[in-house]
Design a protein around this ligand. Structure first.
Ligand SMILES: [Zn+2]
Length: 256
């Protein structure tokens, strides 16, 4: 039990997005990849029914696997409900933003407080029944929260939420960490290339809390897998893998 140095306190928070039976094979590969670097200190972002086509079903093989991951210490976050933005009442600018910036994945951008609250309550019950414990928090699809979603997330009393630029506690309003998530995109060649460039820069900057978020399609692109591996190796030299809940437990000023 030595005195911790400041570098010991620097955290690495790793997460797998879009955990759904739809992407079971990809999620398995990502879990193996991350496990080599961070053990069970990772988070999974669970989608209750991806696009309304891939329901998480209690008692299914996938549900059993999710439960055992949670039993092993992996943090489970609720990640939207359908993930897709199906709102028909969005204003023109928001609709364009949703379509072109996120390919309609911003489910919680345009929902009212009530509608967001209902999806959160339904999704939370489903996921918590499957994992047998409370979810760690809520993270909106594509990290996009409209005003109604922000209110609903606070109403639900979640201890943890994040967007692309920060982690906060909805129940207290306190900001817990800041700095962009290192993440990769593969929807177009241009996005893939720019995400590789961004990761190469961000893995060399040193925020108190480094967040790395990976997505199922990442495993289909060897260049992305190499970049992910390289980013984890760079992070491991300077920081310890942690859990999002560490931000609540430690309440260290230097995470701000
Ligand atoms: Zn997602």
């Amino acid at each position: 039990m030595g005195v911790m140095t400041s570098s010991d306190r620097r955290l690495l928070l790793a997460s797998i997005h879009d955990v759904s039976p739809r992407f079971e094979g990809e999620v398995d590969r990502l879990a193996d990849l991350l496990h080599r670097h961070v053990g069970d200190r990772m988070a999974m972002l669970v989608v209750p029914n991806h696009w309304g086509e891939a329901p998480l079903v209690g008692g299914s093989a996938f549900a059993t696997k999710l439960r055992s991951w949670a039993d092993g210490g992996i943090e489970m976050f609720l990640h939207g409900y359908y993930h897709r933005d199906d709102a028909r009442h969005v204003g023109g600018a928001d609709r364009l933003k949703a379509r072109f910036m996120t390919a309609n994945e911003g489910e919680f951008m345009a929902l009212s407080r009530n509608d967001a609250g209902q999806r959160i309550a339904d999704g939370r019950k489903l996921v918590e029944d499957v994992i047998g414990r409370p979810v760690a928090g809520f993270i909106a699809p594509a990290w996009l929260y409209g005003p109604g979603a922000l209110e609903a997330v606070a109403d639900a009393g979640f201890e943890l939420a994040e967007d692309h630029f920060r982690v906060w506690s909805p129940v207290t309003g306190k900001q817990l960490a800041r700095g962009p998530v290192i993440t990769w995109a593969s929807r177009t060649r241009a996005r893939l290339t720019s995400s590789l460039a961004a990761a190469a820069v961000l893995r060399n900057v040193s925020p108190a809390v480094m967040r790395i978020g990976v997505h199922p399609p990442d495993v289909c692109h060897p260049a992305l897998v190499r970049s992910i591996e390289k980013t984890f190796r760079a992070a491991a030299r300077k920081r310890r893998p942690g859990r999002y809940a560490d931000l609540l437990a430690e309440r260290r000023r230097d995470f701000q």
